[in-house]
Design a protein around this ligand. Structure first.
Ligand code: SF4
Ligand code: SF4
Length: 165
């Protein structure tokens, strides 16, 4: 306010505060929440429906599984009992037969099932933070997210809307 009581606007652009770089603890909490939400959704809906040593895709598309079962062959994290790491991006992915099953054709277009909707929402959130490392460990995702934070801070950009998970 000036001395004559009139409000003056500065001719200079407002200085933008540098965006805060999220600390590793924040990113880890975010990762854990997303991972838990992904696992809970998969447990609730059981999309792979593994029965008698075969999953949904192996039953409906046996040709594509002739050489390998399930969808983890060749992965360094595959152990005798299955996956040995917290690979967030793998938990947010569905194979093609499952995607087709969860994308219903309707007269209005293709409508994702509640599971696919939920996984897509979580995937967007994971990508927003930079966690997307396919066949990656938790540490690899956290390292990628930390690099993204630094890049955004250096560019003076905020990571976008406020996340829900
Ligand atoms: S994602 Fe597809 S291929 Fe992988 S276990 Fe599930 S049904 Fe099988
Ligand atoms: S990291 Fe992904 S591809 Fe590898 S074993 Fe785990 S779920 Fe399978």
């Amino acid at each position: 306010m000036s001395m004559d009581g009139k409000k003056r606007t500065s001719p200079l652009p407002a200085r933008r505060a540098a965006p805060e770089v999220r600390p590793p603890e924040f990113l880890e909490k975010k990762f854990d929440a997303l991972y838990a939400a992904a696992c809970a959704a998969l447990e609730r809906h059981d999309p792979c429906a593994v029965r008698g040593g075969a999953c949904h895709s192996m039953r409906v598309a046996p040709e594509r599984h002739k050489k390998y079962p399930f969808c983890c062959p060749g992965c360094e994290h595959l152990g005798a009992e299955g996956c040995t790491v917290e690979s967030l991006y793998c938990r947010l992915w569905l194979c093609e037969p499952l995607e087709r099953l969860h994308l219903k054709r309707t007269p209005q277009g293709r409508v994702p099932s509640p599971l696919l909707k939920e996984l897509r929402r979580l995937r967007r959130e994971a990508e927003r933070w930079g966690f997307q490392v396919f066949r990656g460990t938790k540490q690899e995702s956290l390292a990628k997210a930390a690099r993204k934070q630094k890049r955004l801070a250096a560019a003076g950009t905020k990571p976008g809307r406020k996340g829900s998970v």
